[in-house]
Design a binder for this molecule. Structure first.
Ligand code: 13P
Ligand code: ZN
Length: 270
């Protein structure tokens, strides 16, 4: 067997958590990531028949039966992942219709996956139906997006249009826009179900007064998605209290759609 600490997926996970911490998006144990791995990717690094322990998930996800995920641990700090990946990360395989996670590697101090595992797994199940290439669900607490949920209308169309207007390339990066959940208790199946429902129509879901979820095909791309939305929110927070003199018009948005071959969410542009 090869050393799992040298696996490309593990190196990328360590780099991503480190980078997210450096961006200030993951204070203390804030944030969590899950990465869907194929059997092909995993087979050189561990034997899926060797189960370290079984952890109950508390929900069902039959669509994810037999699938493996590299996932961050609950209560673990993103800043520490690089120093002790095997403590702060775990590799699990879902069985029993998603009710059980078999631990194949990691969580070596007896820990377990993120408390937001329901939101992650339910979002994976939803996104895989929309796009079979989807492999990442990422959650974090970026300050400007969070700040915006205190002062901006939470209507999804209004919220999205504001973000699209803050940087020219926003509509290109997230033409489906941003969906928004009102404040809900985190770490529950309920917020998981609500998040997954919102993931049907957009890859970004804001949790008001908490943070954001992003979904995408790989860690880099999902990071970039959140990064772009957070940049737009930062600009909004810089200008919201100032008299607005200019904006990006819907006519200009349509030019961007044409130039970059994207289609903004139906009916959200005039
Ligand atoms: P975990 O430490 O359980 O991943 O929780 C962090 C968080 O951001 C909860 O929403
Ligand atoms: Zn959180």
């Amino acid at each position: 067997m090869k050393n799992i600490l040298e696996a490309p997926f593990l190196i990328e996970m360590v780099r991503t958590t480190t980078n997210m911490y450096a961006h200030g998006w993951d204070e203390r144990n804030g944030g969590n990531i899950s990465l869907l791995l194929s059997e092909e990717e995993v087979k050189d690094y561990l034997d899926p028949g060797t189960v370290l322990r079984e952890i109950s998930t508390g929900f069902e996800a039959p669509e994810l039966e037999g699938k493996c995920f590299l996932v961050t641990g609950t209560g673990k700090y993103f800043k520490n992942v690089q120093y002790a990946p095997e403590v702060n990360l775990g590799l699990v395989k879902l069985t029993d219709g998603g009710k059980t996670a078999q631990l194949l590697w990691g969580f070596s101090d007896g820990g377990k996956f993120t408390s937001e595992f329901p939101a992650h797994m339910m979002s994976h199940a939803t996104r895989l139906k929309v796009d079979p290439q989807n492999r990442v669900v990422m959650h974090c607490h970026p300050a400007n997006l969070l700040a915006m949920t205190y002062v901006h209308d939470l209507d999804e169309k209004v919220f999205t249009r504001t973000l699209w207007q803050m940087c020219t390339e926003c509509i290109v990066v997230f033409p489906d826009g941003v969906n928004v959940l009102p404040w809900m208790l985190c770490g529950t199946n309920e917020i998981g179900i609500a998040t997954a429902e919102k993931m049907k129509t957009a890859r970004l879901v804001v949790w008001a007064q908490h943070g954001i979820y992003g979904a995408g095909k790989d860690l880099d791309e999902t990071f970039g998605l959140i990064e772009t939305a957070e940049k737009a929110a930062e600009i909004y927070m810089k200008i919201a209290h100032l008299p607005l003199k200019n904006t990006i018009s819907d006519e200009q948005m349509h030019l961007l759609e044409e130039r970059f071959g994207v289609k903004a969410r139906g009916g959200w542009l005039d």
